[in-house]
Design a binder for this molecule. Sequence first.
Ligand code: THU
Length: 143
Amino acid sequence: MTEQELFELAIGARGRSYAPYSEFTVGAALLCTDGTVFTGCNIENASYPMGMCAERTAIFKAVSEGKRSFRMIAVAGGPAGQSALSCCPPCGACRQVMREYADPDFIILFSDGEGDFAERTLADLLPDSFGPEALSGRKGFSH
Ligand code: THU
């Protein structure tokens, strides 16, 4: 699975977005270390805070199927009804959920708004983060 292939799966998942309120559709594709892929899309709700981001949809699908070891996630988002993608880095809540399972070098690809995708690591996007090891006094990453 190449980065480009994972990004295209995220674009495909974007087509299943339910975003009638923001009219901003997002797709994600999560590559597990065993090679399996879980996709997700944003799913909004008339009670606005109940909506869910594409990234967390994909991660929760994977965890609920027994996967906890992840290599890379791709995210593609933009205005509904348009194939053109916006710059769509993951929101802070999604970064924190990634942090629960991922290594510092977990790769995050996101549409850059210029027809391509940007590549970052989780440590880039969430420095000095709080993770599971903090609860047991172990050293985390990004310190
Ligand atoms: N959204 C995502 O699904 N992922 C992101 O990385 C950014 C934002 C969704 C949430 C909401 O449904 C819509 O995009 C507008 O914020």
